[in-house]
Design a protein around this ligand. Structure first.
Ligand SMILES: [Zn+2]
Length: 121
């Protein structure tokens, strides 16, 4: 089956009989540009079906988008670190609660044992 997009005629089935899959390129030259390629494109025994879906990007977009993507990736990594630190902190707080309740129990046992010793002296 073939269908028309903005500029190109695309096939949903590659001429080799496998599926043609739509993907998005995230290279510096084509950031966010969609393409259709054979599911075995560039693989051993695959084929070379490859068609751009979107038109080429303008020079300004090619200059700006990679920098924005790097910033987004950096912020996402920072967010992952913050989430990991929050989880670590929650675990430490839970550990601290457990240790405090054990400490209370030990104090109670100590006071009780002293009281019993005092009664028998
Ligand atoms: Zn193919």
């Amino acid at each position: 089956m073939s269908y028309q997009t903005s500029e190109v005629l695309m096939d949903s089935i590659c001429h080799c009989g496998r599926n043609a899959v739509k993907r998005t390129a995230w290279t510096d030259l084509n950031p966010g540009r969609r393409y259709s390629a054979c599911e075995k494109f560039r693989e051993v025994g695959g084929c070379c079906y490859f068609v751009w879906i979107d038109p080429p990007m303008c020079t300004r977009a090619r200059q700006i988008i990679p920098g924005l993507l790097k910033k987004v990736n950096k912020l996402e990594n920072n967010l992952k670190q913050v989430n990991k630190l929050e989880n670590d902190m929650k675990q430490l707080e839970d550990d601290l609660k457990r240790k405090r309740s054990r400490e209370k129990y030990l104090w109670f046992a100590l006071v009780l044992s002293w009281s019993i010793m005092y009664l028998f002296m």
